[in-house]
Design a protein. Structure first.
Ligand SMILES: [Zn+2]
Length: 396
């Protein structure tokens, strides 16, 4: 199975300039190839192939002095941009939806609107010493202390250098033989995911919603303030054109605040990601043979404002992605409970289903057997029993 890794690079100033140049070339090759592809198609030439795209760019850089600079950038970068584009078209043709014809359609990459990144040749990537790594096209090896004492795997796949607005990273994936075998300490662990708490385990542990932590609240307030500032500044600097329409433009100050906004977003995303890895780690440390999650989490979401809901959904799917690969690696079975399984409404003691349970009922009180239990803990216990329930109904 495939494992992904990401390590931070610490380029010096000159190297960083080259990184930006390479990322710009990646964007250029993508955009140029996209325009060419569309041209060929429109003029009845069918679907351009990789060879067609490469020939087009070759012609440009050898025949037009304006594009001579392309010769100074590793060819693997532009070639990969074309491969990425064609892959993107394949996805588009496969997923194309007549109701939303523009969805999945490859778009032009705009500077500042897309992740700065470029491809690395797999056969050229290597450590030169314990803290430096050779990047194609960059003369001196780039500093990377995160690889200290660790060897790069032999079978590296798809290495990329990316910029997150602050730091540069090298990411790559590699194949490992098989899942590690552990001594299981537990049969099944049920996990109820929600809004009040991020996760409640069927062993009774609660993991708070990180979005409600003081630090994230503070950052969200800061974000609001900066966003208000920036829109005020846009208004203040707006001019009116000949047609009486407002024209906005960026000042150095606006650029500065927008960069600050990106940094706050980045910080929030990092906190969320770290936390999800922490909770996923706690799941793995229970050494369960099986882990059960709900398939689609709709519970309680409807009451949430739209944006908060979107964020929450994104977080939950990211968490599930992390858990999926961690489980795969450890040989744990991951079961997604059917979304209609009444995990919240069922009494985990007697099995009675309380149809009238409201979202505001934080405590589950059973009218039949008298069980009194935290609502989410009750749901987690029911999820733990889910595999058993399913096999029962199958045999019945
Ligand atoms: Zn009961």
């Amino acid at each position: 199975m495939l494992i992904g890794k990401k390590v931070r690079l610490q380029p010096n100033r000159g190297q960083e300039r080259d990184f930006f140049r390479f990322a710009g070339t990646n964007r250029f090759a993508w955009n140029e190839s996209l325009a060419f592809y569309e041209d060929v198609y429109r003029s009845g030439g069918g679907y351009a192939t990789l060879a067609d795209l490469m020939k087009h760019l070759q012609d440009m850089k050898h025949n037009y002095p304006d594009y001579k600079w392309l010769l100074e950038v590793p060819e693997a970068i532009t070639k990969q941009a074309m491969k990425d584009l064609l892959k993107s078209y394949r996805t588009y043709y496969k997923e194309r939806d007549p109701l939303h014809p523009e969805r999945y359609k490859p778009k032009f990459k705009k500077r500042g609107k897309c992740t700065e990144s470029f491809y690395q040749r797999t056969d050229n990537i290597r450590k030169t010493d314990d803290t430096h790594i050779k990047i194609t096209g960059i003369r001196k090896p780039v500093k990377c202390t995160m690889l200290r004492g660790v060897d790069l795997p032999k079978n590296i796949q798809n290495p990329r250098v990316t910029f997150d607005g602050k730091y540069w990273y090298l990411s790559y994936s590699f194949e490992v033989e098989e899942a590690a075998i552990v001594d299981y300490a537990r049969g099944t662990l049920g996990i109820d995911l929600g809004i009040k708490d991020f996760a409640v385990f069927s062993d009774g542990r609660h993991f708070a919603n990180i979005n409600k932590s003081p630090e994230v609240r503070r950052l969200r307030r800061l974000l609001k303030r900066l966003q208000r500032q920036v829109s005020r500044k846009y208004e203040a600097n707006a001019a009116v054109d000949g047609n009486g329409k407002k024209v906005f433009h960026k000042t150095a100050n606006i650029r500065k605040i927008e960069q600050q906004i990106r940094m706050v977003y980045r910080r929030i995303a990092n906190i969320q990601r770290t936390y999800m890895y922490e909770v996923a780690g706690a799941v793995m440390r229970t050494k369960s043979r099986t882990v059960v999650l709900e398939d689609l989490h709709v519970k309680g979401m409807l009451q949430n404002p739209r944006l908060a809901r979107a964020i929450q959904e994104e977080n939950l799917s990211e968490f599930r992605r992390i858990l999926t690969y961690k489980c795969e690696r450890q040989g744990t079975e991951l079961v997604l409970a059917d979304r209609w399984y009444p995990s919240s409404k069922t009494c985990s003691c007697c099995g009675h289903v309380a149809r009238d349970l409201k979202l505001s009922d934080r405590i589950y009180k059973c009218a039949i057997c008298g069980l009194v239990m935290d609502r989410d803990e009750n749901a987690a216990v029911n999820l733990e029993r889910y595999p058993e329930m399913v096999s029962k109904t199958k045999t019945a």
